[in-house]
Design a protein around this ligand. Structure first.
Ligand SMILES: *Cc1c(COP(=O)(O)O)cnc(C)c1O
Length: 426
C-alpha cells in the first residue's frame, strides 16, 4: 500500500515516509491508494478496541517498515474507552473524549506518537500551533519520548485556563511558548520553520497538525468500530453527525464508510464558520478569515483537510449528493446545550452541541452524535449557562496541580528560535 498526493497520483510514498513528511512535496495531502474492503462477518465480536483497530489498519501498513509494529502501536495508543450514551430510540452519543486530555484528538496524537516512536532514532523536533485541544493532546502523547523535542505555540490569553494548564504542566521535552499574537501568527511560524535550515539542522522536523495521515488512520478506527457495534446490536446501519472544523475527524468517517462499514450517511456540523456549507450551496471553495465562536476548536475559515474530502468525489454534484452540512450559531449552541440538559440530563461541550443542533434537523432514522470533547474542559461557558458546577474529571485533576512551565515570546521566528535554543542541547 502506498499513499499518494491529492494533487498528483504519481507522487507516492510508503506509509512511514508519508507520516514523517506530513504534507506531500507538491502541497497536497496524502491519501491511501485504495480503501481495503472489510467483511463484517469475519470480525470476531469479542475483539477489544485495540485488536479491532489492528485488524482493520493492517492493510494500510502492508509492505511498510512499520508493519510489524502495528499491533503494539494500536495497543499503546488506544488504551482508553469509547463510550456510547443512548439519548432515545434513534439518537446515541458517541463519547470520544475519555483519553488523557479529554478530546478526540488523543486518538490521533497518541497514534502518531507511537508511529514516530517506532521509526528511526535521530533527534526530532515537533512543532505545533494550537488553539487549544491539539496542543494538549500532542504534549501528553509525546511527553518523555526519547530524542524528541516538542515545541507548542499558543496565543497568549486566548485559550482557557484549563487548556493552558494541560499544555504547560509537562516540562522535560515539552516546551510551551505563550506567543504574543493570534493563532494564525503561531500557525505562520510553524509553516515558515519548514523553509528555514536552522530548524532542519536540529534533526528531523515534523508538525503534528491535523493533516498528518497517521491522525486520519487513527480516527477512522472509531467510526469503523462504533458502526460495527451499532450494527451488531441493532441489525442496521447508522448515520453520524460530526462537529467539524479542519474536516479531519469527518473525513475519517467517510474513509470508514468507503471500507464497507455500515454507515448510512455522514452529516457535518459546523459553527458560524460556514465555508463548507457555502461550498455545498455554491460549488465554490472560498477560504474566509475565521470567526471566533463558543466552539473555538472549530473556528476554521480554511479547513486544512478539505482537499481530502473533495478528493473522494469527481464532481461537485457528487459531493453534494454525499455530504450535508449544517451551520450552528452561538445562540443555537447555547440552546442546544440547554435543551440536551433539560431533556436528557446530558451535558454537551460547545463543539458537540453543534452536532446535537444538526441532529434535531434530521430524520427519525438512527443517528450517532459524535461528542468531541468533555464538557469539563469548557466550564467557563457551561457553568454560568446551566447554573451548575461541573465535576472535575480525574485526568484534569491530576494535571491541574502540577507546576507550569512556559516561556513568553513575541510572534517572531527569531524569538521562537531563541527560546528553543535555550532549552535544548545544540
Ligand atoms: C479539533 C476539534 C474539532 C474539529 O475537528 P476537525 O478534525 O478539525 O474537523 C471539534 N471539536 C473539538 C473538541 C476539537 O478539539
Amino acid at each position: 500500500m502506498l499513499f499518494y498526493s491529492t494533487r498528483d497520483k504519481n507522487n507516492r510514498l510508503p506509509l512511514h515516509q508519508a507520516i514523517l513528511q506530513g504534507l506531500a512535496s507538491d502541497g497536497g495531502l496524502f491519501v491511501p491508494e485504495y480503501f481495503p474492503q472489510i467483511k463484517l462477518n469475519d470480525l470476531d465480536p469479542q475483539l477489544t478496541y485495540a485488536q479491532f483497530a489492528t485488524h482493520i489498519l493492517k492493510a494500510y501498513f502492508t509492505d511498510d517498515s512499520l508493519s510489524p509494529a502495528v499491533a503494539t502501536i494500536c495497543h499503546q495508543a488506544f488504551n482508553f474507552p469509547l463510550v456510547f450514551k443512548p439519548l432515545n430510540d434513534n439518537t446515541t452519543i458517541l463519547e470520544l473524549f475519555h483519553g488523557p486530555t479529554l478530546s478526540f484528538k488523543d486518538f490521533g496524537a497518541r497514534f502518531l506518537a507511537q508511529c514516530l516512536g517506532h521509526l528511526n532514532h535521530e533527534p526530532r523536533t515537533i512543532l505545533v500551533a494550537t488553539s487549544g485541544d491539539t496542543g494538549s493532546a500532542v504534549a501528553s502523547a509525546f511527553h518523555a519520548q526519547p530524542n524528541t523535542q516538542v515545541v507548542i505555540m499558543f496565543p497568549e490569553g486566548q485559550i482557557s485556563q484549563r487548556q493552558q494548564q494541560q499544555i504547560t504542566c509537562w516540562g522535560e521535552n515539552i516546551l510551551a511558548l505563550a506567543v504574543d499574537g493570534t493563532f494564525d501568527d503561531c500557525q505562520k511560524i510553524v509553516k515558515q520553520a519548514f523553509h528555514e535550515p536552522w530548524w532542519h539542522k536540529r534533526g528531523h522536523l515534523s508538525s503534528a497538525n491535523s493533516i498528518n495521515i497517521a491522525r486520519l488512520l487513527a480516527q477512522l478506527t472509531y467510526y469503523a468500530y462504533s458502526s460495527w457495534q451499532f450494527c451488531l446490536q441493532h441489525q442496521q446501519s447508522v448515520g453520524y453527525v460530526i462537529p467539524t472544523g479542519n474536516v479531519g475527524n469527518s473525513t475519517a468517517a467517510f474513509w470508514a464508510k468507503a471500507m464497507g462499514f455500515p454507515i448510512r450517511e455522514i452529516v457535518l456540523a459546523t459553527n458560524a464558520n460556514r465555508v463548507i456549507s457555502h461550498y455545498i450551496d455554491q460549488g465554490k471553495f472560498t477560504p474566509q478569515a475565521s470567526i471566533a465562536t463558543l466552539a473555538n476548536a472549530m473556528d476554521v475559515g480554511n479547513p486544512s483537510n478539505f482537499e481530502r474530502l473533495t478528493h473522494l468525489y469527481d464532481t461537485h454534484a457528487e459531493f453534494k449528493a454525499h455530504v450535508r452540512a449544517f451551520s450552528c450559531s452561538d445562540e443555537a449552541i447555547r440552546q442546544a446545550i440547554i435543551s440536551a440538559y433539560r431533556q436528557f440530563n446530558y451535558i454537551l461541550c460547545p463543539h458537540s452541541a453543534t452536532a446535537y443542533f444538526a441532529r434535531q434537523k434530521l430524520s427519525t432514522q438512527p443517528w450517532i452524535i459524535t461528542a468531541t470533547a468533555a464538557a469539563a474542559k469548557f466550564e467557563t461557558i457551561l457553568e454560568p449557562l446551566l447554573g451548575l458546577q461541573l465535576p472535575l474529571p480525574e485526568q484534569l485533576q491530576a494535571l491541574l496541580h502540577k507546576p507550569t512551565h512556559l516561556v513568553k515570546v513575541s510572534a517572531t521566528m527569531a524569538a521562537v528560535q531563541q527560546a528553543v535554543s535555550q532549552v535544548t542541547r545544540p
